[in-house]
Design a protein around this ligand. Structure first.
Ligand code: CMP
Length: 140
């Protein structure tokens, strides 16, 4: 295993309920280090481009509306096997299928309002990190 970086979003359902610290505690307890973090309110265009891979899916419009409904916290996480580790800490996309103790099992409201996003591959992590952060903002 190697030290990797992955990209994470704490979604509007979680910021609305003031859960940023509780979610960060789970990330840190799982061995990930938050090496960059900022709170932003995504524009429609930013959310559409970020989720462009899903643009043909029936939930795309609703997903973009949800992701622009309030602030999010975008993050870069670093650690051993960080992409897979973060997905393990988040749990399954649908909270009904997520394991006990995961972010989504503990906090998610629905498959859409599922509290967190995490990159699904090292390649996508690099793309997603570069979409929101400059190198100067990442301090390992
Ligand atoms: P995320 O990991 O951010 O990637 C795509 C998002 O689409 C997903 O989390 C969910 O928030 C949202 N979504 C809404 N409906 C679905 C669905 N039926 N299947 C997968 N993702 C969905």
């Amino acid at each position: 295993m190697a030290v990797q970086r992955t990209f994470s979003i704490i979604k509007p359902d979680a910021t609305r309920r003031n859960l940023t610290g509780k979610i960060n505690a789970l990330l840190e307890a799982g061995g990930l280090r938050i090496v960059a973090q900022k709170r932003i309110w995504m524009t429609k265009g930013q959310a559409e481009a970020f989720y462009g891979v899903h643009k043909e899916r029936p939930f795309f419009g609703s997903l973009v509306a949800f992701m622009t409904s309030g602030p999010v916290v975008v993050q870069v996480l670093e650690g051993e096997d960080a992409v897979a580790k973060n997905r393990e800490i988040m749990g399954a996309t649908n909270p009904a299928n997520a394991a006990e103790g995961t972010i989504r099992k503990t906090f998610a409201e629905s498959i859409e309002a599922n509290s967190a996003h995490g990159s699904d591959s090292i390649e996508n992590a690099a793309i997603e990190i570069a979409y929101f952060f400059s190198g100067l903002e990442i301090v390992g």
